[in-house]
Structures are given as structure tokens and as C-alpha cells.
Design a protein around this ligand. Sequence first.
Ligand SMILES: NC(=O)c1ccc[n+]([C@@H]2O[C@H](COP(=O)([O-])OP(=O)(O)OC[C@H]3O[C@@H](n4cnc5c(N)ncnc54)[C@H](O)[C@@H]3O)[C@@H](O)[C@H]2O)c1
Length: 339
Amino acid sequence: VTLFSELQTYLQSRNYSSIVLISDKNVFPLYGTDLVSRINCHPIIIKVGEASKSLEVATSCWNEMHAHGCDRQTLIIALGGGVVTDLAGFVAACYMRGVDVVHIPTTLMGMIDAAIGGKTGVNIPSGKNIVGAFHQPQKVIVQSSFLNTLPDREFIAGLAEIVKYAIITDVNLFELLENETNRILARDPEILEILLKRCYATKSEIVKADEKEQGVRALLNFGHTFGHAIECASHYKLYLHGEAVAIGINCAFYTSLLLNLIDATLIDRLHELLRRLKLPFSLPEALPAEELLYLMYGDKKTVDGKLNLILVKEIGQAILVKDVKADLVLKVLKKVKKP
Ligand SMILES: NC(=O)c1ccc[n+]([C@@H]2O[C@H](COP(=O)([O-])OP(=O)(O)OC[C@H]3O[C@@H](n4cnc5c(N)ncnc54)[C@H](O)[C@@H]3O)[C@@H](O)[C@H]2O)c1
């Protein structure tokens, strides 16, 4: 089934008054113009990059939709990476108290993570994803061939989330990553299909069990409390989200080591995999440990001033550790620095 016929079948089953397509300046010329020529929709094209996940850009989308006569029966189609689906999902969640959204992810990060699960949101200057809503997409349509045009750095950043899934739920997936590194980096369609299906299933299952993150869904934040602090401290300029997550995963491993949850051989195994996948795992000198720690306390997972972290016991098994002490985290943040 092609993307277009899947979308067409879906649209025929619904009765939308109008359709808005939100995409970014890179993706729209690649895949958006074709869609616009086939279905009757109004395109809103946003600037490329994390800075578009803002209240200002969301407001401009709402203004444009209202000026265009969009109502409660309008459908929003998000075509792009996580920036587009997070923003468009948020725009959909709030416009007239909620309109339908269909996600068509175009990055690896989007296909295995951002487009699934209904977390939407924007950043504010003091933190990432601080304002948002849970708003499930009506449909997620994945077309793996879109990955062919994705720049290497973006593709590799997406692999960090696959490493995350493997660590928190699935040792076999971790071994697959270890054994098939070359085919993965070559974007072999067969192996990609396996990875996409596996990650999609894992995330959907976790979200189904715990949509609002009262329990098991929190495990998906593995590496992210560190990662978000790293992104924020470097003003979203130094690292892509996935790269920050890879460094965050390494930080979570060191924290687990200091708490005697794992031994050092597991850290070596992680480093070997991240190195082969061409993912970064050390913090640069430029990011002061104290600032990162401060930012970690501002994360959504901090409750009552206590730092709660997802840590690892073995590959395939993550746990929530409550009230991890600041001096221990500081030690970690100093240890994972590049010499
Ligand atoms: N909601 C969630 O559950 C969730 C999960 C993970 C990540 N996220 C969010 O997703 C965002 C990152 O998403 P991302 O990594 O997809 O980045 P992105 O949306 O910025 O896309 C990466 C880059 O690739 C370009 N691009 C996208 N698809 C392309 C294609 N097929 N060919 C060529 N270029 C293409 C984009 O224009 C952009 O320059 C972050 O804001 C992160 O917080 C959200």
C-alpha cells in the first residue's frame, strides 16, 4: 500500500471540512508538494529546526488556520520529523479545543518515536517540552523510503532511540544492533523494516499500557533527563536530540555503575556499540556539570525537588530510581567529560 492510498482510504472514511498540512522547509519540497497536488489541503510551512517548537510558531499556525476558516472538523496532517509532529500535534490539541491529527513521520526519530504516543509540545527558553498536551494522532503512516533522503547525521541520531528501546526492554534488539551495525548504517531496507516494526510495536505497547505516564511509560525517558539538560545547556545548537540522548544514556550507565546496579563491563559494551554506530557519548568540556545538574532539576520528571532517574540493571531491564542524590549526579557529569 502506498502512503497516498493509505491516506486516501482514511480520508474517505471521515468527513473533514478542510485539511491543513504542516511541514517544514526541507520536507515540503521533497514530499509535500506531491501530497498537495493529490489532496485538497492548505499547506503551512514552518522553518526547519528545534526553534520552531515554540509558542510563537504555534500561534502563527492557529492564526493562519483561523484566517483560512478552519473549524472543529478540520484535519491537520503533520509531514516531517519530530519537530513538525510535536508542534503540529500541539497545534491540533489546542485549536478549538482539539482537532484530529494524522502524522506522517519523515525521520527515523519520527518513525520510531516522536510520531507515536500522543505527546505533543513546544519549548520555552528555560526548558524543552515544558508546555504541551497529550493528544493521540488518529493515524500514523510510515513510509520507510522517506529515510533515503535523510542526512547521515539525522539518521544516526535516530539510532540512539533504538539503542534506548533495546536497553530498556529487549536484549535481543541490542544484540541485533551489535551484529548488524554495518547493514544498519548502510540503511539496508530489510533491516530497517525490522527495526521500524520492532520499535513501533515496543513504543505502542508501552503507551497503551500507560498513556499518561503514571508508570511504565516513564522508562522511555531513559537517558532523557540528562539528554534534555545537555540540549538546553547547549541551546539546541551543539547536538541533535538523538545525540544528546546517546550522551544521556552513557550518563545513566555511569549513574547505574556508581549505584552498583551494573558493573564496568556493561559500560564498555555500551561504548563499543555507540562508537560503531558513530554516536557521541562524552560531554564536551564547555558544558559545566553544575549547570547541567541545575537543568536536570527543572525536568518534568523531577518531583518535589527530588531527582528521579531511569537507570539500568542489565541490558533489557531499566528501573526507576527515586531521589538520586545531587552529589552523585555531579560526579557522573564530571566523569563523562571528554578528557
Ligand atoms: N513526542 C515525542 O514522543 C517525541 C519523541 C522523540 C523526539 N521528540 C522530539 O522530536 C524532535 C526531533 O525530531 P527529529 O529528530 O525528527 O528532528 P527534525 O524534525 O528537526 O528533523 C531533522 C532534520 O531533517 C530534515 N528532514 C526530515 N525528514 C527528512 C527527509 N525524509 N529527508 C531529508 N531531510 C529530512 C528536517 O527538515 C530537519 O532538518 C525533538 O524536538 C524531540 O523533542 C518527540
